[in-house]
Design a protein around this ligand. Sequence first.
Ligand code: AHR
Length: 510
Amino acid sequence: MALHGTIHLHPAHVVGPVRRRTFGSFVEHMARCVYTGIHEPGHPLADADGLRTDVLALTRELGVSSVRYPGGNFVSGYRWEDGVGPVEQRPRRLELAWHSTETNAFGLDEFMTWADKAQVEPMYAVNLGTRGTQEALDVLEYTNAPTGTAWADARAANGHEEPYGIRMWCLGNEMDGPWQIGHKTAEEYGRLAAETARAMRRMDPDLELVACGSSFPSMPTFGAWEQAVLAAGYEAIDMISAHIYFREDHAANQASYLAAGEELDDYLDAVVAACDHARTLGKHSKRIMISVDEWNVTNASRGGDAGEDPSGEDWPEAPAFAESTYTAQDAVVVGNLLISLLRHTDRVASASQAQLVNVLGPIRTVPGGPAWRQTIFHPFALTSRHVSGQVLTTVSESPQRANPRRGGTSPVLDAVATWDEGTGSLVVLAVSRSRGQDLEVAVPLGAFGEDFAVQEAVVLHDEDPYAVNTADDPDRVLPRPLAGARIEEGTLRATLPPIRWAMIRLGRQG
Ligand code: AHR
């Protein structure tokens, strides 16, 4: 017997605008994200800058808006100056975050060239692990100052006369984590981040600055960390970061994994609460926004297909590890996480899926060989391409199912909708977390008028939820038409078989 769910929408009930920066990604000097990911001189499809044109094309197709760079854990030991100037003069370094050798063949100028070709906004992270305010000011002068001073002139000498004008900056990475090079207490980091932010604004007042929040919600200092950091620098920063990854640890956990979107909802609500508590305590008027600058699913278990983390005497260049091969079910969960991010568009000002290529990425490459779309590519690309206008407050009536990891139950149906009054486009994104029964979904449309028609209805699934896309079979898991999506007497109706992500686009008739 089928389950039933209803999605309630009204064009006047708005959460906030669809923000392009929700569809950001992340490129770190980690494993094969940069080298043999986006940059591979000698590859048959590399351009004159050594950039893989197949990966550039896929990045544009994915609809990526902004890209965080150069880390990640990598940034906390990084000397950005190593990566500029003549390539043959750049130093090789032992890279301590990922136990690798960093050749520095790719650096800031190469990244900006790549970002330009990929048509993405750069988001640059400074090292507040082994370095501090001065080095942050130096790299800011290199990127954003007009010529006439030392670092700006160095940029011009390296072939880039005009300032890059980078707006979004991360003040370090995951500084609450004991694994982080230069890990700090909340008070130490809060003071350094605040002083660095104030100094950077003296050079360029228009920056948008992101302070490190917690590395994930189960950190023992989650909440207290945000309070201390915001107490030190509330007025100096614009956003606080939130990072979160989900994995299906074992089959018994499938129901909980499918409900990952609910955990992301809870996490974001808790970060908002922490920010607003700090606002009250400090008697501030502005609201701190959230940068979810690392989020994704992962099934990169150690070894095997995912590759081995380097260790011991071996300091390889661009080793292959953390290469998640994603399933159809992973794609459904990613679609649900995007629903959650959109639902929080009033407070999530930026988000970056981690990472873009190979390392947990929606794009996978073979060195010297092909690049292809992993399963999680598809819900990201479709959501990014089609949502516009305003995110609507979306109330779902849904059957519930047990959620063993969290305790209690979670809804089977999750959904969000966007409404673009200018174009008359209504986009409904929905997920069925049901593992056995079809879910019949109804969306009453009375509040939108009567002349709607279904323009496109697609669904992401596979009869085998663990089916994957590979170099030999890159299109095994694809979005397919959702049969039977229709409007009947002013109500959109569709049936979602188990473990499905769906997008239904409606528009005015005629
Ligand atoms: O994205 C991979 C790593 O995960 C990042 O370097 C780090 O910030 C996080 O813990």
